[in-house]
Design a protein. Structure first.
Length: 141
Protein backbone atom coordinates (compact mmCIF):
# COMPACT_ATOMS: atom_id res chain seq x y z
CA UNK A 1 0.00 0.00 0.00
CA UNK A 2 2.85 2.36 0.79
CA UNK A 3 4.15 2.00 -2.77
CA UNK A 4 0.79 2.56 -4.45
CA UNK A 5 0.10 -1.07 -5.26
CA UNK A 6 -3.25 -2.74 -4.94
CA UNK A 7 -3.92 -4.65 -1.75
CA UNK A 8 -6.74 -7.11 -1.22
CA UNK A 9 -6.95 -8.97 2.08
CA UNK A 10 -8.93 -12.22 1.97
CA UNK A 11 -10.22 -13.36 5.35
CA UNK A 12 -10.99 -16.89 6.55
CA UNK A 13 -13.75 -15.60 8.83
CA UNK A 14 -16.38 -12.88 8.59
CA UNK A 15 -15.39 -9.31 7.82
CA UNK A 16 -15.84 -8.45 11.50
CA UNK A 17 -13.39 -11.15 12.65
CA UNK A 18 -9.78 -9.93 12.61
CA UNK A 19 -7.44 -12.88 12.96
CA UNK A 20 -4.93 -12.86 14.44
CA UNK A 21 -6.16 -10.03 16.63
CA UNK A 22 -2.77 -8.33 16.72
CA UNK A 23 -3.32 -7.53 13.01
CA UNK A 24 -6.18 -5.16 13.87
CA UNK A 25 -4.17 -2.07 12.88
CA UNK A 26 -3.20 -3.55 9.53
CA UNK A 27 -6.80 -4.66 8.96
CA UNK A 28 -8.04 -1.12 9.57
CA UNK A 29 -5.43 0.33 7.22
CA UNK A 30 -6.38 -2.11 4.43
CA UNK A 31 -10.08 -1.52 5.06
CA UNK A 32 -9.62 2.26 4.70
CA UNK A 33 -7.27 2.32 1.71
CA UNK A 34 -7.73 -0.94 -0.16
CA UNK A 35 -10.14 -3.90 -0.01
CA UNK A 36 -11.03 -6.67 2.41
CA UNK A 37 -13.06 -9.65 1.15
CA UNK A 38 -14.53 -12.80 2.65
CA UNK A 39 -17.10 -15.35 1.62
CA UNK A 40 -17.99 -15.97 5.26
CA UNK A 41 -20.95 -14.26 6.94
CA UNK A 42 -20.45 -11.64 9.64
CA UNK A 43 -19.83 -13.20 13.03
CA UNK A 44 -18.20 -16.36 11.63
CA UNK A 45 -14.88 -17.00 13.36
CA UNK A 46 -12.08 -18.48 11.25
CA UNK A 47 -11.36 -22.17 11.77
CA UNK A 48 -8.77 -24.42 10.16
CA UNK A 49 -10.83 -25.51 7.15
CA UNK A 50 -11.80 -21.88 6.47
CA UNK A 51 -8.21 -21.07 5.54
CA UNK A 52 -8.23 -23.64 2.74
CA UNK A 53 -11.38 -22.04 1.31
CA UNK A 54 -9.84 -18.60 1.73
CA UNK A 55 -6.80 -19.73 -0.27
CA UNK A 56 -9.11 -20.42 -3.23
CA UNK A 57 -10.12 -16.75 -3.11
CA UNK A 58 -6.51 -15.64 -2.93
CA UNK A 59 -5.46 -17.68 -5.96
CA UNK A 60 -8.54 -16.54 -7.88
CA UNK A 61 -7.77 -12.87 -7.23
CA UNK A 62 -4.15 -13.28 -8.31
CA UNK A 63 -2.42 -13.69 -11.66
CA UNK A 64 -0.20 -16.30 -10.08
CA UNK A 65 0.82 -17.96 -6.84
CA UNK A 66 4.38 -18.19 -5.56
CA UNK A 67 5.42 -21.00 -3.23
CA UNK A 68 8.96 -20.85 -1.88
CA UNK A 69 8.91 -23.80 0.48
CA UNK A 70 6.22 -26.40 1.12
CA UNK A 71 6.07 -29.99 2.28
CA UNK A 72 3.70 -32.42 0.58
CA UNK A 73 1.03 -32.00 3.27
CA UNK A 74 1.12 -28.22 3.52
CA UNK A 75 -1.78 -25.83 3.00
CA UNK A 76 0.14 -24.24 0.12
CA UNK A 77 -0.59 -27.40 -1.83
CA UNK A 78 -4.30 -26.52 -1.86
CA UNK A 79 -3.57 -23.00 -3.03
CA UNK A 80 -1.53 -24.38 -5.93
CA UNK A 81 -4.27 -26.82 -6.93
CA UNK A 82 -6.84 -24.00 -6.87
CA UNK A 83 -4.53 -21.81 -8.96
CA UNK A 84 -4.15 -24.56 -11.56
CA UNK A 85 -7.92 -25.09 -11.70
CA UNK A 86 -8.36 -21.32 -12.19
CA UNK A 87 -5.78 -21.18 -15.01
CA UNK A 88 -3.38 -19.10 -12.93
CA UNK A 89 0.39 -19.31 -13.04
CA UNK A 90 2.21 -21.33 -10.40
CA UNK A 91 5.74 -20.35 -9.44
CA UNK A 92 7.93 -22.41 -7.11
CA UNK A 93 11.31 -21.82 -5.59
CA UNK A 94 13.65 -24.80 -5.66
CA UNK A 95 14.80 -26.28 -2.39
CA UNK A 96 17.23 -28.81 -1.03
CA UNK A 97 16.53 -32.39 -2.05
CA UNK A 98 17.34 -33.31 1.54
CA UNK A 99 14.60 -31.13 3.05
CA UNK A 100 11.03 -32.39 3.53
CA UNK A 101 9.98 -28.73 3.41
CA UNK A 102 11.00 -28.67 -0.27
CA UNK A 103 9.30 -31.88 -1.41
CA UNK A 104 6.15 -30.23 -2.76
CA UNK A 105 7.83 -27.27 -4.46
CA UNK A 106 10.48 -29.47 -6.08
CA UNK A 107 7.80 -31.86 -7.35
CA UNK A 108 5.77 -28.96 -8.74
CA UNK A 109 8.80 -27.65 -10.63
CA UNK A 110 9.34 -31.16 -12.02
CA UNK A 111 5.67 -31.24 -13.10
CA UNK A 112 5.77 -27.88 -14.87
CA UNK A 113 5.50 -25.05 -12.34
CA UNK A 114 7.61 -22.06 -13.28
CA UNK A 115 10.97 -22.12 -11.53
CA UNK A 116 11.57 -18.94 -9.52
CA UNK A 117 15.04 -17.75 -8.73
CA UNK A 118 14.03 -14.11 -8.27
CA UNK A 119 11.36 -11.50 -8.93
CA UNK A 120 12.46 -11.12 -12.55
CA UNK A 121 11.25 -14.65 -13.31
CA UNK A 122 7.78 -13.76 -12.09
CA UNK A 123 7.58 -10.36 -13.80
CA UNK A 124 8.73 -11.76 -17.16
CA UNK A 125 6.01 -14.39 -17.07
CA UNK A 126 3.16 -12.16 -15.87
CA UNK A 127 3.88 -9.08 -17.98
CA UNK A 128 2.25 -10.77 -20.99
CA UNK A 129 -1.00 -11.22 -18.99
CA UNK A 130 -1.36 -7.54 -18.11
CA UNK A 131 -2.90 -5.08 -20.58
CA UNK A 132 -0.96 -1.98 -21.66
CA UNK A 133 -3.67 0.16 -19.98
CA UNK A 134 -3.06 -1.62 -16.69
CA UNK A 135 0.72 -1.12 -16.96
CA UNK A 136 0.22 2.63 -17.49
CA UNK A 137 -2.46 3.03 -14.81
CA UNK A 138 -1.49 5.76 -12.35
CA UNK A 139 -0.76 4.43 -8.87
CA UNK A 140 -2.20 5.96 -5.71
CA UNK A 141 0.31 7.54 -3.37
Amino acid sequence: MENGGRTIAALAGGLDQVYPTDHAGLFQQIEEHAAVVSEQALGIRPESRSFLRRNRLISGLSLGSVVIEAAEGSGARHTVYHALEQDREVFCGPGSIFSLASDFTNRMVKEGAKLVMGITNILEELISRVSPQELNRPRRR
